[in-house]
Design a protein around this ligand. Structure first.
Ligand SMILES: [Zn+2]
Length: 328
């Protein structure tokens, strides 16, 4: 009798173990794309971006080797190189506008340019656009200093490297909807490049389904604890919508939608899919639009009513951001 009950117990234990197993269903094509991501490529992109000295928004656009002009031309050249494998579906260019001094963070007329690549969807009836962004510009302590060395390896060459690597791999595949890869400028001067692009998207009725903004992704040692964590990434999403909140507020309250805005839903999707396809990765949902008193380019898009999230490393090192170079 004792042996029988032990047998039953073992059976139940095994069954429970089997039930507890989770089968991860992965689309083989997406899996292939994720496997193709190369840390060597990412590192090479970042080193190249650092080599431009500064990528300040007001830095030179005529020097072929230094400044934001050379940097954006290099990003577009990479996009064009990748476009060769897209059967003519991907095109790349610098989308420029002229900004006048604003008495704040722009002190002279500036030729601002977003480096963009558009990978056309294969289904003409599918008007959706997915945007993958990072910011190319960098800065030192003085936000108006356009000449001092400002490598911005983490903020935000790391995000642009992610955009480039997505473009390199995804341009080899077909998607029903259109995907835009963009390295915007002017982030440090007040989200100027993102504002320019989001304004155009709103005016021209682009059907932007999602904006995935990558800003500061290099996996730092935290300035407070020195902890490095490269197994977690944060995704920030707004709670109450920035766009027409006054019109939407009653409905949000009546239906209890405080946690169900489109950016929050997008963040949930990022978590579910990110963790499904990348082993040992935890996507940590942060229930706010951005870090305390900090901003990023996704904000320009939520202000126009689009779903947009910010993806950022787990631990930031504030000694590595927005400051003059030091030997430490
Ligand atoms: Zn940044």
């Amino acid at each position: 009798m004792k042996q029988v009950s032990l047998f039953v117990f073992v059976c139940l234990f095994l069954l429970k173990g089997l039930n507890a197993q989770t089968t991860i269903q992965r689309d083989p094509e997406i899996e292939k794309m994720v496997t193709a991501i190369s840390s060597d490529s990412l590192k090479a992109y970042i080193l190249k971006m650092v080599s431009f000295g500064t990528r300040h928004t007001m830095s030179t656009v005529s020097d072929p080797k230094q400044g934001i002009g050379a940097a954006r031309e290099w990003v577009v050249a990479k996009f064009k190189e990748f476009a060769k494998q897209s059967n003519g579906r991907m095109t790349a260019f610098v989308d420029t506008t002229t900004l006048q001094p604003d008495g704040r963070r722009i002190s002279k007329p500036v030729n601002l340019g977003n480096a963009m690549a558009i990978l056309k969807g294969t289904n003409p009836a599918d008007q959706r656009i997915f945007l993958i962004s990072g910011h190319l510009d960098s800065r030192v302590t003085d936000v108006l200093n356009a000449t001092s060395e400002a490598p911005g390896a983490n903020d935000d060459a790391s995000g642009v490297a992610a955009v480039l690597e997505c473009a390199r791999i995804m341009s080899q595949y077909e998607f029903s909807a259109t995907i835009i890869f963009v390295a915007v400028s002017g982030e440090e001067q007040g989200l100027l490049g993102a504002n320019f692009m989001a304004g155009k998207a709103k005016d021209q009725n682009w059907m932007i389904e999602a904006v995935l903004n990558n800003d500061i992704m290099g996996s730092n040692n935290s300035s407070e604890t020195n902890i490095i964590n490269n197994t977690k990434v944060r995704v920030f999403s707004e709670g109450l919508p920035a766009y027409e909140l006054d019109k939407a507020a009653a409905n949000i309250r009546n239906l209890g939608l405080e946690n169900d805005g489109k950016s929050r839903q997008l963040a949930r999707y990022v978590k579910e899919i990110g963790e499904r396809y990348v082993d040992n990765l935890e996507v940590v949902m942060v229930y706010r639009n951005d870090r305390f008193l900090r901003g990023g380019d996704h904000t320009s898009f939520i202000q126009k009513g689009f779903a947009a999230v910010r993806i950022t490393e787990m631990n930031e090192n504030f000694h590595h951001q927005h400051q003059d170079l030091k030997n430490r």
